[in-house]
Design a protein around this ligand. Structure first.
Ligand code: 9D3
Length: 235
C-alpha cells in the first residue's frame, strides 16, 4: 500500500515513520510513504498556497488550485481502491473501523489542512471523505496524518510480527467493544501496590474471568459511551 501525504510542511514527516514497525515495514516493501510538498503545484513568485476568505473573517484558507492540481498529478484517473482524504477539524470522526476500511486500499492520499481551513470545493469535489481524529483543535492536519498512517499501516499484512495481535485489543470487534483489561509486570509489589493475587496464581479460567470483569469495570468508569453502544448493539 502507498500512503501519500500532501502538506506545506514536508519536513514534519522526517521522524514519525522512522521508528519501530512502520520503519521495518517500509524497509521490507510492505508499504510506501510519499510526502508531497503542496508548494510544488504553485507557479507564482511567492509560491502562494493560501488566500483570504470571501465574505470576510479571520485568517487564511488553503486555495483550491494547488490542491486540485497536486491530487490529479499524484493519482491520475482515480480507481475505487485509491482514496483521497481531507483532514480537517470539521470531518467525520476517524475510528478503528475506518482504519480497517483504509487498510484495504492501494493508495491513500491524505491532504493536510492548515491555517483557518480549506476552500470548501476541496471537500465537495476533490476528496472522497473529510476526516477528523477527534474533538480537539490542532494547528493543522499533519499530526492527524501521522496518526492515521500509523493506525492503518499496522493493520497491513505482515506489518506486525504477530498476525493475531491486531485482533484482540481495545476498539476491536473481537474484544466486545471493551477497553483492554489492566495488565501488570514485575515486581509483584511496588511501593506497597500489589498486583492482583489472581494474576500471580496459575488458574487460567479464573484469570480469564477476572480480566473480563476488570475490562467491564474500567470501560464503565472511563468510557461509558462504549458501554452505551454495546447495549445498543445487543438489542
Ligand atoms: C480554532 C479555529 N477553528 C475555528 C475558527 C477552526 C479550525 C481551523 C483549522 C480548527 C482547526 C484547524 C486545524 N486543524 C486541522 O487541520 C485538523 C484537525 C483538528 O484540528 N482536530 C482533529 N483532527 C484534525 S484533522 C485536521
Amino acid at each position: 500500500m502507498t500512503f501519500h501525504i500532501l502538506t506545506i510542511f514536508p519536513e514534519f514527516f522526517s521522524g514519525p515513520f522512522e521508528h519501530g514497525v512502520i520503519r521495518k515495514a517500509q524497509a521490507e516493501g510492505r508499504l510506501e510513504i510519499r510526502v508531497h510538498d503542496l508548494r510544488h503545484w504553485t507557479y507564482d513568485r511567492h509560491r502562494t498556497v493560501d488566500d483570504r476568505p470571501f465574505g470576510g473573517g479571520e485568517g487564511m484558507l488553503l486555495k483550491p488550485e494547488p490542491l486540485f492540481e497536486a491530487v490529479e498529478a499524484i493519482l491520475p484517473k482515480r480507481t475505487p481502491k485509491q482514496k483521497v482524504i481531507l483532514l480537517s477539524a470539521q470531518g467525520r470522526r476517524f475510528t478503528q473501523a475506518l482504519a480497517r476500511e483504509f487498510s484495504m486500499m492501494n493508495d491513500l492520499l491524505l491532504i493536510c489542512g492548515r491555517y483557518e481551513g480549506v476552500d470548501e470545493r476541496v471537500a465537495e469535489h476533490l476528496a472522497d471523505a473529510e476526516v477528523s481524529i477527534g474533538d480537539f483543535v490542532l494547528s493543522g492536519g499533519e499530526l492527524a496524518a501521522a496518526a492515521i498512517v500509523d493506525s492503518v499501516a499496522r493493520l497491513l499484512p505482515g506489518v506486525l510480527g504477530n498476525e493475531h495481535s491486531t485482533r484482540n485489543e481495545s476498539f476491536c470487534e473481537e474484544n466486545e467493544g471493551l477497553l483492554d483489561c489492566p495488565q501488570y509486570t514485575r515486581p509483584a509489589e511496588y511501593r506497597g501496590w500489589a498486583v492482583p493475587d489472581v494474576l500471580l496464581g496459575g488458574n487460567h479460567e479464573e484469570i480469564k474471568r477476572w480480566r473480563r470483569a476488570a475490562s467491564l469495570a474500567k470501560t464503565e468508569r472511563l468510557r461509558p459511551d462504549l458501554m452505551e453502544s454495546r447495549e445498543l448493539r445487543k438489542n
